[in-house]
Design a protein around this ligand. Structure first.
Ligand code: FAD
Length: 420
């Protein structure tokens, strides 16, 4: 299936009348100027209709790949449509790193930022938080640059903006010195131990992820990623961790046919350890669905208990869950806006009717915790309720009106989720 027909999982068809792959920013400007309705796609890894349009769909995959590192400011200005898989090795080779990655690196930098895509880590913000500048083509075809320094308020509304303000062509990212990571995968963390010591467990590494299948009162696996300072030996590893143990061969999960895990038990560069997996064939289309809910950190344990109470209902539709932490930020539409969050993720079997029937049951029980659903995943929560969970939503609406008064970048998703 060609890239302009549907999203990665095949669940969300694109209804675009025309498809463009511009090679210059001037071609982007012309395509936007001539369009009545327009959206941009990154790597199409969102699971809902966020990237869809009935008008013109643009991919930046053929745009100038020029990457500029500023060694005085410690920033990289990169083409917005670059994937982390393309970008991270170049940053590492130049002696730099990003603080965190998502679970995979096939997604584009701008596609990730637009939906507040995240990894895990108590002190680590989502992937939009290292952004310090954006170059955009707005609805009139004009070029606009926004930086955190020069436009602090509007900038905070623009980085996570669901593609509603314009076509971002270049992104400036704050960099850190490159670093190494050692990861270990523990097996069989008793849920009771997790509930007793949630903060200590999630804080036990640079980045910690839990993978429950909810089949029993146990977290099936626990990935702990430790930062290893340059020139230092790898830290000693405890064979037992809150009742969880290290499997003798490093992993207890059989590797699925379509992907391979990043290496465990050996120290390696950040970008080869922070993602959990790589697909064997990055071009391969997906066969899964995903949902994810962000709750304020103090609600974490109660929210996890609610999910566990759905064990029987989850069994036939769930592949696995993942629990991660994300540090608070000030980006208006970020799922971590204003407070630290715990992200509760679900990898569903590719069976939308059954998943759609189940989501409202789970979401209703999570309501007291006011979850913010992931912008790029599947949720049935009433958009008005979601909007009310973002204190700056009205400011974002005004910003979208200012950048795009004729609604060129609005699609059904933006009308429903932001303006509905
Ligand atoms: C296997 C898999 C694993 C995943 N793991 C994670 C994870 O670990 N953490 C997590 O948070 N999410 C995860 N996701 C979800 C996914 O990464 C995000 O939803 C992300 O937004 C997808 O990025 P993309 O490049 O595919 O963008 P797309 O899905 O193509 O687009 C996303 C949004 O960005 C907009 N956009 C794209 N390019 C531009 C541009 N140049 N200018 C303006 N707007 C633009 C689009 O219009 C759309 O609104 C995963 C998804 C899959 C399929």
């Amino acid at each position: 299936m060609s890239i302009h027909h549907q999203n990665w999982s095949g669940h969300a068809p694109f209804h675009s009348a025309r498809f463009h792959q511009p090679t210059t920013v001037d071609e982007v400007r012309e395509a936007v100027r001539n369009a009545n309705k327009v959206r941009v796609i990154g790597s199409r890894h969102c699971f809902n209709d966020i990237a869809d349009t009935t008008g013109d769909l643009i991919s930046l995959s053929r745009l100038d790949p020029d990457l500029v590192i500023d060694r005085e400011k410690n920033t990289a200005t990169v083409p917005a449509g670059i994937t982390y898989g393309e970008l991270c090795p170049q940053l590492h080779a130049a002696g730099y790193a990003l603080p965190n990655t998502a679970s995979l690196d096939h997604i584009t930098v701008i596609g990730a930022c637009m939906t507040a895509t995240h990894g895990s880590g108590d002190t680590l913000g989502n992937l939009a938080t290292p952004v310090s500048g954006l170059e955009m083509v707005t609805a009139t075809g004009d070029r606009v640059t926004l930086t955190r320094e020069d436009h602090p308020d509007r900038f905070s509304g623009a980085v996570v903006s669901l593609g509603a303000l314009g076509v971002v062509t270049r992104v400036t990212l704050n960099l850190e010195p490159t670093f190494s990571i050692l990861q270990h995968v523990y097996q069989g963390l008793p849920s009771a131990r997790l509930y007793e010591s949630f903060d200590a467990i999630m804080g036990a590494g640079y980045s910690v992820s839990l993978f429950p299948s909810w089949k029993e009162d146990v977290i099936d696996s626990l990935w702990v990623k430790q930062q290893v300072p340059d020139g230092e030996d790898a830290p000693a590893v405890e064979p037992e961790f809150y009742g969880a143990t290290l499997p003798p061969d490093g992993h207890f999960w059989k590797e699925p046919a379509d992907r391979y895990w990043t290496p465990v038990r050996t120290v390696g560069p950040w970008h080869e350890r922070l993602p959990h997996f790589h697909f064997n064939d990055p071009e391969q289309e997906g066969d899964e669905l995903q949902s994810e809910y962000f709750v304020a950190r103090p609600h974490a344990v109660e929210a996890l208990k609610v999910v566990a109470s759905f064990r029987e209902r989850l069994a036939p539709i769930l592949v696995v869950s993942e629990i991660r932490t994300v540090a608070a930020d000030d980006l208006w539409l970020s799922t971590a806006y204003g407070h630290d969050v715990v992200a509760i993720h679900f990898n569903w079997r590719n069976d939308w009717p059954d998943v759609r029937d189940f989501l409202p049951l789970l979401e209703e029980q999570l309501t007291p915790f006011e979850p913010r659903p992931h912008w790029g995943k599947l949720s049935e929560i009433d958009p008005a309720q979601v909007g009310a969970r973002y204190p700056r939503i009205d400011d974002f609406r005004s910003l979208a009106d200012e950048f795009d008064p004729s609604g060129k970048f609005r699609n059904a998703y933006i009308n429903r989720c932001i303006f509905g």
